[in-house]
Design a binder for this molecule. Structure first.
Ligand SMILES: [Zn+2]
Length: 444
């Protein structure tokens, strides 16, 4: 294994050095200028001509694969209005947090421009998905102890008991006729996400139950992915301050499960592990970061242009490309080699300071994120690690600081990492990467 990686590194230097000579000799504006250390400008990834890539190939990259659970825009379970119901619940042994007002609750979830949950999903979707208030209940008593609901459930986990969701919905003062948009008394995932706020001071969960209640003398079926998340306990000495905000990253994570059926990507329940590591809210809900560009694409909020290997693309040559910060602009680039039709890369410029409400606060760094993924596996998004560039994609795991691509003084402009396929081919190389600035450039 060591020998083969060493070989790849030598090969990388040879190939990039070789192509580098030809670039320096012609030097059009979207290539590295002679004497420059990196691309100081480039063609915007927003307007690459990819008319040579078939719609069939694009659909396979953009859309959830057959058997995927990811909920895409335009499909039956997509909650197009982002409607969310919130029911704060109490148990006989877990009282309400009496410092948390209904007004604060509504503001924390649904207000605009305050760093609310609404703002998180609005920023991740470039404005397409601001969640909306479909009903907020007052504190709702379940009338028994928390432990009693856990009896007979896996791990004594009370959230797994559908009677919790049933009792909470039944006892709440939500106007279910208003939640039921089409009036068929069957409240589906397209009509609202139902969330339970628990004053237990912990994390959260998502449970795909189906229940029935009566409301105004009518039976209502609620087929939903019920989401549970915590606020501070009543006996928390710091209650009254950030009662909900302390748990925002877990709330985003659980709601992303409930709204879009995104999978967990961490390993053994440990935050920041797995192939997406500290760069995806679905593998690190312990602190603040965006959803992955892979999920934003599969949900349908972005359809990046698709770039083929240099000798197969329109123009037939390598170029510098410009990436606006993904926190502000729906900008990304897919790299696709027809010789490996079931895998691709997706490149985004992650810029912590470009998030208007600091939703990338705990991302380890800013820079170009280069993800590898399989077209048929929602769990495959794997961050290629700039600080460990010679692996095949399936060997990467637990990316942390240093994984994002950015200018390095030790890297000559005419050399850079190759991007390996799962079967050890290298159809793309990355080089002449600019310093980490709001807009970044790199040559592919
Ligand atoms: Zn989860």
């Amino acid at each position: 294994m060591k020998t083969s990686r060493h070989f790849k590194f030598i090969l990388s230097l040879f190939l990039t050095g070789f192509v580098g000579l030809s670039v320096i000799s012609c030097g059009p504006p979207d290539q590295v200028a002679p004497g420059e250390n990196y691309c100081s400008s480039g063609q915007s990834v927003l307007n690459i001509d990819d008319s040579n890539v078939s719609q069939e190939v694009k659909n396979k990259i953009y859309n959830p694969h057959s058997g995927s659970f990811i909920v895409r825009k335009g499909t039956a379970n997509y909650n197009a209005q982002g409607r969310v119901v919130i029911i704060p619940i109490t148990f006989t042994d877990l009282p309400m947090n009496n410092a948390l007002s209904m007004d604060t609750l509504v503001q924390n979830f649904f207000s605009t421009g305050t760093g609310s949950v609404r703002d998180y999903f609005a920023e991740n979707s470039w404005g397409e998905y601001p969640i909306r208030n479909a009903g907020v209940s007052t504190w709702t008593a379940l009338g028994n102890t928390m432990a009693s609901f856990g009896v007979g459930q896996t791990g004594n986990d009370w959230t797994r008991n559908p009677n919790v969701a049933r009792t909470a919905c039944q006892n709440s003062n939500i106007n279910w006729a208003n939640v039921d948009v089409n009036g068929d008394r069957n409240i589906t995932r397209s009509e609202a996400l139902i969330c339970f706020l628990v004053p237990a001071g912990g994390g959260g969960a998502c449970r795909p139950s189906s229940i029935s209640i009566t409301y105004n003398g009518q039976n209502y079926n609620i087929s939903n992915s019920f989401v549970f998340f915590d606020c501070k306990r009543d006996d928390d000495l710091t209650k009254g301050t950030n009662d909900i905000r302390y748990n925002y990253s877990t709330i985003w994570h659980e709601m992303a499960h409930g709204l879009f059926s995104l999978p967990d990507r961490y390993q053994n329940g440990t935050c920041g592990t797995g192939p997406a590591g500290q760069y995806d809210i679905m593998s690190d809900n312990c602190s603040k970061r965006h959803m992955s560009i892979y999920d934003k694409m599969r949900i349908g909020w972005i359809s990046p242009r698709v770039l083929l290997p240099a000798n197969q693309r329109i123009g037939g040559e390598r170029k510098c490309y410009n990436f606006p910060p993904v926190e502000q602009t729906p900008a990304a680039l897919v790299l696709f080699s027809p010789a490996n039709p079931d895998e691709f890369w997706i490149v985004e410029n992650k810029n912590k300071s470009a998030s208007a409400r600091n939703f990338e606060a705990d991302l380890p760094e800013s820079g170009l994120a280069i993800w590898w993924a399989r077209t048929n596996d929602d769990n495959s998004p794997t961050l290629i690690q700039f600080n460990d560039p010679t692996k095949i994609p399936t060997e990467y795991n637990n990316p942390a600081a240093g994984a994002l691509f950015k200018y390095s003084a030790s890297q000559p402009a005419n050399a850079g990492p190759l991007l390996f396929t799962s079967d050890n081919k290298f159809p793309f190389m990355v080089r002449a990467i600019s310093p980490q600035t709001p807009g970044m450039n790199a040559e592919f």
